[in-house]
Structure formats: C-alpha cells, structure tokens
Design a protein around this ligand. Structure first.
Ligand SMILES: [Zn+2]
Length: 60
C-alpha cells in the first residue's frame, strides 16, 4: 500500500487519521474503532463497508 496515500486520506466518519494495519489488511480509525477494508490495494472508505473493531483490536 502506498504510504503517501495514507497521508491524504481520512476517516469518512470523523475526518481523523487512519492507520494501516498489515495484519488486518485494512485501515483503522482508532477514534471510531472502525476498520476499513482494502480492495485491490484501494481503501474502501465507506462507513457501511467498515468493520467494527473488537476491544482487543483497539489496543495495538
Ligand atoms: Zn473516524
């Protein structure tokens, strides 16, 4: 995943910073505890596509 992309994208819910998590293959918003999936390396920044993180996921 292109890390330059990470600097320009933001959470569609809270507009906060997203963190790439290799083991989740997705982008994490810590504030909302949401994980946005990647499809073919492209982040899917849709709230209804996001997965809610478990409690343990929010403590990296
Ligand atoms: Zn957010």
């Amino acid at each position: 995943m292109d890390h330059r992309l990470l600097e320009i994208i933001a959470c569609p819910v809270c507009n906060g910073k997203l963190y790439f998590r290799q083991e989740k293959q997705g982008l994490i918003c810590k504030a909302d505890r949401l994980a946005f999936p990647l499809r073919d390396g492209i982040p899917v920044l849709l709230e209804n596509e996001a997965r809610t993180l478990d409690a343990e996921d929010s403590h990296p």
